[in-house]
Design a binder for this molecule. Structure first.
Ligand SMILES: NC(=O)c1ccc[n+]([C@@H]2O[C@H](COP(=O)([O-])OP(=O)(O)OC[C@H]3O[C@@H](n4cnc5c(N)ncnc54)[C@H](OP(=O)(O)O)[C@@H]3O)[C@@H](O)[C@H]2O)c1
Length: 271
């Protein structure tokens, strides 16, 4: 019989995890849900105070370290590795969660925000993973936070959707490449989730990413993170959390691209 098991699951018991983008939203929720089972958590983001706020929520018995780094910069990536070395932490779990969007037309986008988006969502995630592979203990685990947006082109979120298409493709390739090397890789593709994401993606004079028709897809961060951690434990390479998102993810990948573009055009015209 065809054996479809993709990889050995990664056990979260006593894990030593590095969580990027841990100062809010899904990253903070990863920290909360891992806390009862982890041995060490390293929380990474730019805002020191927000990281300390998340740390204060976690049980005191747990070793929690906060590492202030800008992961859109090479120096920020290097800083994470130096921090781990200086604190004697050898992680066995990496959660690549930090990411951002920019909502509005590509033509009118600010050059700097577009570049930062690519530097963070694509380059930062890739280079952090690359450097971590030689530093991680085996068995190891990696969760990459992608998006439902990775399954379709998205006008008004064009760079973001393309960057997440990269994350999903990269993750699925690594899942196959790293399984025989004792590292389980799972990619999580959430739909619209109430976090600070839309606040960051919104332009000063722009619209909101929380658009009509998203109600059926929206699930709380707790459910997104719960399903992502379960996927890693079960060795599943890709998960679309929530019923609506898992149906939408399958549909978007099945419909012909020409039809998809026609639907997107109609939707844009309506808006
Ligand atoms: N919410 C959604 O609807 C949704 C849907 C699909 C996928 N996602 C993905 O989920 C992930 C988490 O986002 P979220 O929804 O939880 O949004 P969020 O609340 O805005 O969290 C984003 C996190 O990334 C960190 N971050 C941003 N820029 C950074 C940088 N240059 N260096 C280091 N850290 C940085 C932020 O911390 P600092 O500001 O302190 O640096 C924050 O902790 C992202 O990859 C996002 O694309 C979100």
């Amino acid at each position: 019989m065809l054996h479809l098991m993709e990889a050995n699951g990664f056990s979260l018991e006593k894990c030593r995890a590095v969580i990027t983008g841990a100062s809010s939203g899904l990253g903070a929720e990863f920290a909360r849900q891992l806390a009862p089972r982890a041995e060490v958590l390293v929380l990474v983001a730019r805002r020191a105070e927000a990281l300390e706020g998340v740390k204060r929520e976690l049980p005191e018995r747990l070793k929690v370290l906060t590492c202030v780094s800008d992961l859109a910069k090479d120096s920020g990536i290097r800083n994470v590795f130096e921090f781990l070395e200086a604190n004697g932490v050898k992680p066995n779990l990496l959660i690549n969660n930090a990411g951002m969007g920019d909502y509005g037309s590509f033509m009118s986008s600010a050059e700097e925000k577009t570049r930062t988006q690519l530097d963070l969502n694509v380059t930062g995630l890739t280079m952090l993973t690359h450097g971590m592979l030689t530093r991680m203990d085996r068995p190891g685990g990696i969760i990459n936070v992608s998006s439902l947006a990775s399954t379709l082109p998205m006008p008004e979120l064009a760079v973001y959707a393309a960057s997440k298409a990269y994350v999903t493709s990269f993750s699925e390739a690594l899942a196959v490449e790293l399984a025989p090397r004792g590292i389980t890789v799972s990619c999580v593709c959430p739909g619209p989730t109430p976090t600070n994401f839309s606040k960051t993606a919104k332009r000063e004079d722009g619209g909101d990413t929380n658009r009509e028709g998203q109600g059926l897809l929206r699930i709380p961060p707790q459910q997104v993170v719960g399903e992502a951690l379960r996927a890693l434990e079960e060795g599943r390479a890709c998960v679309f959390p929530g019923l609506g998102v898992s149906i939408a993810g399958r549909l978007f990948r099945l419909v012909p691209r020409r039809f998809l573009r026609w639907m997107l055009k109609r939707r844009m015209a309506k808006e």
